[in-house]
Design a protein. Structure first.
Length: 452
């Protein structure tokens, strides 16, 4: 007689996360502030008063599940659409059918998974049908809809933010998986509470990751003499050999993390800075990208307060280029800690912004004749270079020669701080400016006293 496997039937061969997908709001885990008793989204679903909406949140928090729960409870025709596999032709076909349904008094609820992957033309195809109510659009996205959804379409949708699941939410999912007949309720499984908690921490707010990890651990468990499947810590460690942190190198979280790194260094917090740096590395970020941002930071935020920061950052970039991961992580940490603890000055950055603004408002201001180059006789006849003073020929190694265009005479872009080494630069610049101003005053008084 052929031995039957616990996993022979099709229902049980589906992934654990699919088998356990909730079908009602009471089974739904997480997002209590939206779908808890008496909360706004729950009331809309229960009353079948759904309008077009966008679910925005990280992977594995229940966006698609919530859409399917709505599908079970609404009296509208439910159409599921994937932005990954569908093109403009499919969009138009679905919209045409929805328009026919509207004329027959039938609403169409259109769920679009990963709606941020639709281009502008595809999103525009939805707009007239959403406007006149042919379809109720429910979109799911992991990206900030402000950046990824057309403003006209977004203005007609309500955005609901779904948060990463908490550790207790994930534990609830895992315990349910062990008890439910759809999960492992018909099996005897031995797994400790601390092991479940370890899975929940590893999943980092992602319910799908938590269930997939449990499934992998169970499939690799060992059956003892009492037909109890045992999941030990060694198996669990192998299933969690890489932490699954949310990170998309092209998405919003990429910019959130690099922002966190910059702002932690700017705030002289080396602990937070190293943490965010390693979050990026652990998510698969290219170390040379981080190194390039450190080079920028060295001039933008440390600048003249410690001019040694820039060559250090460049050296770290070279070290990362030579070694790569995983060895170069310590070089990045070296630079991150140095830049965090260095005195800070954004005077060079502010000088750039100020000069940029003047160039925008007064483009093409002519170079003063005295500092123009005169390689030809014609240029000399046109007074190019006339009045130029070679600073090295003077006692002070300075001159009072005007170097800015006449329209910008006296303009000051660089305002040094007193941080770190820049304090000495500030004192030096003050002396230079005072010396030049004194000469200007003397020149003005001499011209006033001279006979006409």
């Amino acid at each position: 007689m052929e031995q039957m496997s616990l996993f022979d039937d099709r229902e049980r061969t589906a992934p654990l996360a699919s088998r356990l997908r909730p079908e009602t709001l009471d089974e739904y885990v997480g997002q209590k502030e939206l779908v808890g008793p008496g909360k706004i989204l729950r009331r809309l679903i229960e009353r079948d008063q759904i309008s077009s909406m966008i679910f925005w949140g990280p992977p594995g928090v229940g966006k698609t599940t919530l859409a399917r729960i709505i599908a079970h409870q609404t009296r509208a025709e439910f159409v599921e659409f994937s932005a990954v596999t569908s093109g403009i032709k499919e969009v138009k076909e679905v919209m045409a059918q929805a328009e026919q349904n509207r004329k027959l008094g039938i609403r169409t609820l259109l769920f679009v998974d990963e709606i941020h992957r639709f281009n502008k033309a595809q999103q525009d195809a939805f707009l007239p049908y959403v406007e006149k109510g042919s379809v109720i659009l429910v979109g799911a996205t992991t990206e900030n809809p402000s950046f990824e959804i057309n403003s006209a379409l977004l203005s007609r949708c309500r955005v609901f933010i779904l948060k990463a699941l908490g550790e207790e939410d994930l534990l609830e999912l895992l315990r349910h998986a062990l008890k439910s007949p759809k999960g492992y309720g018909n099996m005897k499984i031995s797994i400790g509470e601390e092991d479940l908690r370890a899975i929940a921490r590893f999943a980092n707010g992602d319910g799908r990751t938590a269930l997939n990890t449990l499934e992998m651990a169970v499939l690799n468990g060992k059956m003892d003499e009492q037909a109890v499947l045992c999941v030990d810590q060694e198996i669990l460690a192998q299933c969690m050999n890489r932490r699954s942190l949310l990170y998309d190198k092209n998405g919003e979280e990429h910019y959130n993390l690099i922002s966190a790194l910059h702002k932690s260094m700017r705030n002289s917090d080396p602990d937070a800075a190293v943490y965010w740096m390693y979050r990026m590395l652990d998510g698969g970020e290219e170390p040379l990208y981080i190194a390039r941002r450190l080079i920028r930071f060295a001039s933008e935020d440390v600048g003249m307060a410690d001019s040694g920061a820039l060559p250090l950052a460049v050296s770290v970039y070279q070290a990362c280029h030579f070694l790569g991961m995983p060895e170069c992580d310590v070089h990045l940490a070296h630079a991150v800690i140095y830049l965090s603890m260095a005195p800070k000055s954004n005077s060079a950055y502010m000088a750039c912004l100020s000069a940029k603004e003047d160039i925008k408002n007064m483009p093409g201001a002519p170079v003063p004749l005295q500092i123009r180059n005169a390689p030809t006789q014609l240029m000399k006849e046109l007074h190019y270079g006339e009045g130029y003073i070679y600073a090295h020929d003077t006692k002070e190694k300075l001159s009072r020669m005007q170097c800015l265009p006449d329209e910008l005479k006296g303009r000051q872009y660089y305002h040094p701080t007193e941080e770190g080494a820049e304090k000495a630069v500030k004192e030096r610049l003050k002396e230079i400016r005072e010396w030049k101003e004194k000469g200007e005053r003397q020149k003005s008084e001499t011209e006033k006293d001279s006979p006409v």
